[in-house]
Design a protein around this ligand. Structure first.
Ligand code: MGD
Ligand code: MGD
Ligand code: MO
Length: 721
């Protein structure tokens, strides 16, 4: 997702080395170990070079991709004929990111069969951001540019490792912005690689972010640092917000959230005095309780400070491979955030984050006319979805589970059909996808008008029968005679769900002559600010000066206002304040520690099994503060049982002095499937076994409780050494 430009050395048609491309703009030659490992991964002997089909005895047989598609088309045709199109669903997860044409053809396919069931990871990621934006409204002028910042607030994200928000050479970017120009404030239970650069680090108790942000708002108002002119012109609800935060005094916040009161005051002063700033949050608070509220309050803080781009400013994130976008210094009114669209059997509905993944297993398992029977899975759900046992049960109940993959991953090992797919460098790549993602998450895309295209560099290994994921849908459609079409001029609006066919001009995709991936890219970029052909002229990527945009003044007819007094959110804030502080941290009796998520440099989500050796990834340790290790009588490398209300795993202890005491941090998507032999020292452990898909799930977005999870730790065995 960082799209680091690579320089690849090719010998005898094989990629042998990949390094950051020094000739590319912006990135300064940066690449991370994951990018540099691509050649090794694509040439790895365990790579899947032929598709597989599950036999009745559960083993897998190789099959020609054409035969596999025949079989899938045949079964899918029967399922749709018997049970209707809504028995077919798609999970458009992280597996598809290297194949940008997939989204366009998959949408066309789902529309053609008439199914609205397209799920994405948005509801197990940072849904609070999208909910908050809908409740608060958008600023059509966009964010302030980094060259102007005097302050930056990062709540629960670690860009040095994740590249989210600072995607182009994060170390350099942070140095440039925060060494002299701007002050960084980090809210995180861990003193992360990013927090080390912070002017103020608030080492919050997990799940207490809303308390901290309410405290910052309180202090900003008390110090008279509200941009009253901006608020009067552009926002409503200020009085309600002011009253709601009035009891979030520094002393209360410090005691409740476990942060240093002087640090809290300093953070409020920095934000209050900054003339320009930006505000961001990551997966930490999103996965903890009250993620919507945290994100909403962050937007409110930004708005009372008036830290949005103004008329005459240069706009951040202008379009390059997307249709031109006009930036205006005016609000876009709030919109309905949740409770519309498809209704699931457990009562959950669609939200601005799309369809809730947490409703999906139940839809597969519950018999009835609306039961889901076929699933196309572009991701590592067996590793990445909460409540692994439930996911396994659901997947075993499917008549058709199609998994594109380039290894027999944990998820492939439960599929009915595994489609061996091409990988990076075997397909063309363009920079449109991060631009699209940037319309729902500010951590992606480019602040400057950067565009890039890279052609196919190498062919798949000899004898391989690998296809691209979009070809699965295209070829099924061709076999079943399903017409495929996509918008003739893609709009600037990005939708997470497939539903609601809009009345736009459509381009019919020919079914008699298979297009190339480049053809599809061309169609996807129709009407883009810079034509794809122009972007292709710059093999190193390019900043298109002509695509820079200036924020236009507010239109006189605009009456929209940003909402900073949303009653649902402020009710939630009042409910927190009404709680007893002693029982506030969720740490239940006998479960004194809180489990939080974190990411590691050399591994992305479930992309793991082949990457283990080249990237030296062994396992996901259970990181603990030395004081907690001592209290539990454990040492580094000991085995511990980690138990929540929902499950138990065995982890390997690692010491982390940077972690707040009382917190255990562990990366997701390790371990193996239930029922498979597994060794915590070899495979790591799956934290998703400790989570429930539904209990404690957020009622609006449906995100399960994935952070600040109460756990109990006991020693199982000593370190072997
Ligand atoms: N407990 C816990 N769970 C989490 C998270 C957490 O922090 N804690 N994070 C959540 C977040 S933010 C996200 S976005 C999701 C991500 O979870 P998913 O959406 O499931 O995405 P990935 O794990 O990135 O998917 C990678 C897998 O996709 C498969 N795959 C399918 N098609 C292809 C292909 O064409 N190429 C390749 N290379 N692989 C393919 C491979 O098996 C690969 O391992 O996980 C979520 N799960
Ligand atoms: N190397 C690598 N990069 C990745 C990924 C990866 O797996 N590996 N995944 C990609 C994906 S899918 C995503 S969504 C992004 C995510 O990008 P980030 O959100 O930046 O991900 P993390 O690095 O896990 O940072 C989350 C931080 O939240 C903190 N935290 C945990 N609980 C809490 C809490 O309750 N409150 C607060 N304030 N902080 C908390 C953790 O200590 C951690 O430092 O990264 C992307 N980039
Ligand atoms: Mo994610």
């Amino acid at each position: 997702m960082a799209y680091c430009p690579l320089e690849v050395t090719i010998e005898d048609g094989r990629a042998v080395r990949a390094l950051g491309n020094k000739a590319s703009p912006i990135y300064g030659g940066f690449s991370c170990p994951k990018g540099r490992a691509i050649p090794e991964l694509m040439n790895d002997p365990s790579r899947l070079l032929h598709s597989r089909i599950r036999r009745p005895d559960g083993s897998y047989a190789p099959i020609r991709s054409d035969d596999l598609i025949d079989d899938v088309a045949d079964r899918l045709g029967r399922i749709i004929a018997e049970h209707g199109p809504q028995s077919v669903a798609v999970y458009a997860g992280g597996g598809a990111y290297e194949h940008q044409a997939t989204g366009a053809i998959r949408s066309a396919f789902m529309q053609s069969i008439g199914s609205s069931l397209v799920f994405t990871p948005a509801t197990i990621d940072q849904p609070g951001q999208m909910i908050a934006r809908a409740l608060h409204g958008d600023w059509r002028g966009g964010r302030m540019r980094s060259s102007t910042w005097e302050a930056y607030l990062m709540v629960g994200g670690n860009p040095v490792i994740s590249k989210q928000y600072f995607g182009q050479n994060p170390g350099q970017q942070l140095k440039r912005v925060f060494n002299e120009q701007a002050k960084l404030i980090v809210v995180d239970p861990r003193r992360t690689e990013t927090a080390r650069r912070a002017h103020v680090h608030l080492q919050v108790i997990p799940g207490e972010d809303a308390t901290v942000i309410a405290g910052l708002i309180h202090l900003v108002i008390a110090a008279d640092h509200v941009d009253q002119t901006f608020v009067d012109e552009n926002a409503s609800g200020f009085a309600a917000l002011r009253d709601s935060v009035s009891r979030y005094t520094p002393a209360y916040v410090a005691a409740r959230a476990g942060v240093d009161e002087a640090g809290l005051r300093e953070a409020a002063r920095i934000l209050g005095e900054a003339r320009s700033a930006d505000y961001a949050s990551g997966t930490g608070p999103a996965m903890a309780p009250r993620g919507n509220l945290t994100c909403y309050l962050i937007s409110c803080l930004q708005t009372i400070r008036g830290h949005w781009a103004r008329a005459g400013d240069e706009a951040a994130r202008p379009s390059v491979l997307r249709p031109p976008k006009t930036f205006r210094a005016e609000p876009a009114a709030p919109r309905q955030a949740w409770g519309f669209g498809h209704q699931f059997q457990n009562g959950m509905r669609e939200s601005v984050c799309g369809l809730p993944v947490s409703a999906l297993p139940n839809e597969i398992l519950t018999p009835g006319p609306s039961q889901i029977r076929a699933l196309f899975m572009h991701g590592g759900a067996m590793m990445s979805w909460p409540e692994q046992e439930l996911t396994l049960r659901a997947f075993k109940n499917l008549e058709l589970l199609v998994v594109p993959d380039n290894e027999m991953s944990a998820t492939a090992r439960v599929a009915t059909h595994v489609v061996a797919v091409k990988t990076q460098l075997e397909v063309p790549v363009m920079s449109q996808h991060p631009e699209i993602v940037s319309s729902v998450h500010d951590g992606y895309g480019w602040e400057d008008p950067y565009g890039a295209y890279g052609p196919t560099l190498v062919d798949p290994p000899e004898g391989a029968d690998v296809i691209e994921p979009w070809q699965i849908y295209y070829r099924i459609a061709a076999r079943l005679g399903l017409p495929l079409s996509m918008p003739a001029a893609p709009s600037g609006e990005y939708k997470l769900a497939a539903g609601g066919a809009a009345a736009v001009a459509m381009r019919l995709i020919p079914l008699d002559a298979e297009p190339t991936t480049d053809d599809i890219y061309e169609w996807m970029c129709a009407g883009s600010r810079i034509p794809l052909a122009e972007v292709k002229r710059y093999p190193e990527g390019h900043v298109f000066e002509e695509a820079r945009e200036i924020v236009q003044p507010r239109r006189p007819e605009c009456t929209d206002r940003l909402e900073i007094g949303n009653p649902d959110m402020l009710d939630e804030l009042a409910a927190i304040r009404a709680e007893e502080v002693t029982q506030a941290h969720g740490a239940e009796d006998g479960q004194p520690l809180l489990l939080i998520p974190r990411r590691m440099q050399n591994v992305t989500n479930a992309h793991r099994e082949r990457s283990r050796e080249s990237l030296h990834i062994v396992i996901n340790p259970a990181f603990m503060n030395p004081s907690d290790m001592a209290a539990h009588g454990v040492r580094a490398d000991d085995l511990i049982s980690i138990k929540s209300r929902h499950g138990e795993i065995t982890g390997v202890v690692a010491e982390d002095r940077d972690l707040r005491p009382g917190v255990l941090a562990m990366t997701h998507s390790f371990g193996r499937n239930p029922g498979e032999a597994s060794d915590p020292r070899r495979d790591g452990a799956n934290t998703n076994r400790l989570l429930s898909m539904t209990e404690g799930a957020d009622p609006y977005s449906g995100i399960p409780l994935m952070g600040a999870v109460p756990i109990q730790v006991t020693k199982v065995a000593s370190s072997p050494s």
